[in-house]
Design a protein around this ligand. Structure first.
Ligand code: IPM
Ligand code: MN
Length: 359
């Protein structure tokens, strides 16, 4: 197969971790006989520096013409404490989501046996937890009308959702639940918010079309608690943009390290595959960041963008092997030997090439 991949490494540790993901993609392509081409583009602070725009038109076109986008991270501390900055790196991410119509953000949370002791939660609570958060990504407060009144002393954001936006994300959620353990939890705040009442109304309309799936409804405050008191309860969680942003950061601690969590954003145009950890500027350029989330994002890319499940599995197996053999960066090393970003990337790539597929 010919794979046409847009590479948007972005800022901070983005370029380093995407560099390791590319090694794994290359290894998979050599092993399985695929032909890959990469198309580099700027996004985030590096794009502002160069083009004055965090998601320039040329980057959009590169994404549009690709089969999949491998994305690193955006963000630079020089913008963080300046609420008046006219352009911000994060706007690049939001523009990309909106322009590519990436309405479904998939963030799977799994635990690795050898790492459960790393979780700040009790081992018996997290061991075996395995769920998928599906966050609506192009609606709600992030994109609703916002502004200032009273000469700037009053501010508002609008949490607006249209029926078609809710229906399409719920449909994805029911379909994903069908391919997993058939349990869907719809998270909202329907006791207070009108937009949440519409979500719940539409979910209740659709649920009878999926009689094989157990659908339940949970208020977001209760879900926040349940995620850390009983994460094994969940199989698929679906929720709106802002709730999903908050809950997925919370969910990431279940696995023991944010450095392990990959994501896929899919929708109308080219899908984007990215680690959820952000640009981690303190570590940029030091060759210390954990590349496994970026590498696992490449696995998601093979599975979701190309339907190449064996290729995805080959990457996952190599990542598991690196963890089991303690070939890990400092965030996971504990008192053991610390490997650099590129050493972990090299190890995973060579494991992919030299090993059979273990099913
Ligand atoms: C995320 C991030 C982004 C978001 C920021 C960087 C705009 O936190 O992908 O979760 O809030 O969606
Ligand atoms: Mn977030």
């Amino acid at each position: 197969m010919k794979l046409n991949i847009a590479l948007l490494p972005g800022d901070g540790i983005g370029p380093e971790v995407i560099g390791q993901a590319v090694k794994s993609v290359d290894a998979v392509c050599r092993k399985f006989g695929h032909e890959v081409s990469y198309h580099f583009a700027y996004a985030g602070a590096c794009a502002i520096d160069r083009f004055g725009d965090a998601f320039p038109e040329v980057t959009y076109r590169t994404c549009l013409e690709a089969d999949a986008v491998l994305f690193g991270a955006v963000g630079d501390p020089k913008y963080d404490n300046d609420p008046t900055a006219p352009v911000r790196p994060e706007q690049g991410l939001l523009a990309m989501r909106k322009q590519l119509g990436l309405y479904a953000n998939l963030r799977p949370v799994e635990t690795f046996k050898s790492l459960v002791h790393k979780s700040p939660l009790k081992e018996e609570l997290v061991d075996g937890a395995d769920f998928l958060c599906i966050r609506e990504l192009t609606g709600g407060m992030y994109f609703g009308e916002k502004g200032r009144l009273d000469g700037g002393d009053t501010a508002y954001d609008t949490n607006i959702y249209h029926r078609f936006e809710i229906e399409r994300i719920l449909r994805q959620a029911f379909e994903f639940a069908r391919r997993r353990r058939r349990h869907l939890t719809v998270v909202d705040k329907a006791n207070v918010l009108e937009s949440s009442r519409l979500w719940r109304q539409i979910a209740q309309e659709m649920a009878p079309q999926y009689p094989d799936i157990t659908t339940d409804y949970m208020y977001v405050d209760n879900a926040a608690m349940k995620l850390i008191t009983g994460p094994k309860f969940f199989d698929v969680i679906v929720t709106e943009n802002t709730f999903g942003d908050i809950l997925t950061d919370e969910a990431s601690v279940v696995s023991g390290s944010m450095g392990l969590l990959a994501s896929a954003s899919i929708g109308e145009k080219t899908g984007v595959y990215e680690p959820i950890h952000g640009s981690y500027p303190q570590a940029a350029g030091k060759n210390i960041a954990n590349p496994l989330a970026a590498i696992l994002s490449a696995a998601m890319m093979f599975e979701y963008a190309f339907g190449l499940m064996d290729e995805g599995r080959a990457i996952r197996n190599a990542v598991s092997a690196s963890i089991e053999n303690n070939i890990v960066t400092e965030d996971l090393a504990g008192s053991g030997q610390v490997f650099s970003t590129s050493e972990v990337g090299d190890w995973v790539a060579s494991h992919i090439e030299s090993n059979g597929i273990i099913r």
